[in-house]
Design a protein around this ligand. Structure first.
Ligand code: TXA
Ligand code: MG
Length: 319
């Protein structure tokens, strides 16, 4: 990455503008987290409801101290184990964090991304950067700069870091005293979090947590054309269908186009290629509807199915 691009991007952040940048998960749409007017521009450009709080991205452990007074021992344990990396920790915020960032909640979600460009941008800007995924609210998450341009052509600047490595958003946990709750599944699994916190029971998300994670809606991440779940050789395939599969089989079903996310159900490959295959089908004018195979809901498969279920939610089943 060109150092000049980083400097230009940092200047835009410091002037209250918006910069899209790569992380290891998906592209983010960033603003200076301490500037409420800049943060308001994120909500406007994304058309995001104001009740959906933003994640603050940091470049050092000092930033964690600044954004939260006296982070709990559990927070430090998780941060030391998983940062930089795809884990967002929700914890009580300090007064320095503007209310617009947290949608008025007394807590803030913080993560240190594991991406050279993202860390360089935060450190050169010398401020924490609030950033949701760089897509229109409810649409497909971006895993390349082209995906960002497609949905947000008016963003002030895009740092291009190629395709993102992990491909789905970070795992989110909240820490309240000695209690850890999984809010959104991601690359880091609940088993890995349990292992990192011996003696602590990690709660899984349930209905009551909708209250603490207002952005978690049932419908999300949807392409601009109908998307259905596909059961191999059971689901009928209408004309002009695009099929997304995760394993190469001998007999290819009869359809307009097939994209494989993996040759052999490798869940890391499926996650890395999930949103890019949905974008490719969305962009293909020959395709009228998309069918996608489910994966087994274990390990990383839990996060992948979370995204797939939310993406198909608003479309009726064709079974
Ligand atoms: O990997 C990621 O996490 C990406 C990259 C750009 O870092 N970001 C991302 O942000 O996925 P976004 O805005 O698409 O999702 C943020 C979600 C919110 O919808 C909400 O569910 C949760 O994080 N969240 C943020 N702050 C919270 C808080 N204080 N309490 C509860 N949930 C919070
Ligand atoms: Mg998002």
């Amino acid at each position: 990455m060109n150092i000049k691009d980083i400097q230009t991007a940092a200047r835009i952040i410091n002037d209250g503008g918006l910069v899209a940048f790569p992380t290891e998960t998906v592209y983010g749409l960033g603003a200076n987290a301490l500037n409420p007017i800049a943060v308001a521009k994120i909500f406007a450009l994304k058309e995001r409801p104001s009740f959906d709080p933003l994640i603050v991205h940091i470049g050092s452990f000092d930033d964690l101290q600044m954004l939260s007074d006296q982070p709990a021992e559990l927070v430090i344990k998780l941060a030391e184990k998983f940062w930089p990396g795809p884990l967002t920790i929700v914890l009580p915020k300090s007064r320095i964090v503007p209310d617009i960032v947290t949608s008025g909640l007394p807590t803030v979600g913080i993560r240190m991304p594991d991406n050279e460009i993202a860390l360089n941008l935060i450190r050169t800007s010398k401020c924490p950067i609030a950033a949701p995924s760089a897509n229109k609210f409810g649409n497909l998450s971006p895993v390349s700069s082209c995906h960002v341009k497609k949905q947000l052509p008016n963003v002030d600047f895009i740092l291009d870091g190629g395709r993102t490595r992990i491909g789905i958003e970070s795992t989110i946990v909240s820490i309240d005293g000695n209690v850890c709750t999984l809010i959104r599944p991601g690359k880091i699994t609940i088993d890995e979090i349990n292992d990192a916190l011996p003696g602590v029971f990690v709660f899984n998300t349930n209905e009551s947590h909708k209250l603490i994670a207002p952005g978690l809606l049932k419908s999300h991440y949807s392409p601009a054309k109908p998307l259905y779940l596909y059961k191999y050789h059971k689901t009928p395939i209408p004309a002009k269908s695009g099929l997304i599969l995760h394993c190469v089989n001998n007999r290819i079903p009869d359809c307009e186009r097939v994209i494989y996310t993996s040759r052999n159900n490798n869940l890391h490959e499926v996650a890395a290629n999930l949103f890019s295959s949905l974008h490719a089908m969305e962009d293909d004018e020959q395709i009228k509807q998309i069918l996608i195979e489910p994966v087994i809901e274990e390990g990383l498969g839990i996060a992948i199915m979370d995204r797939i279920k939310k993406a198909v939610f608003k479309y009726e089943s064709i079974n």
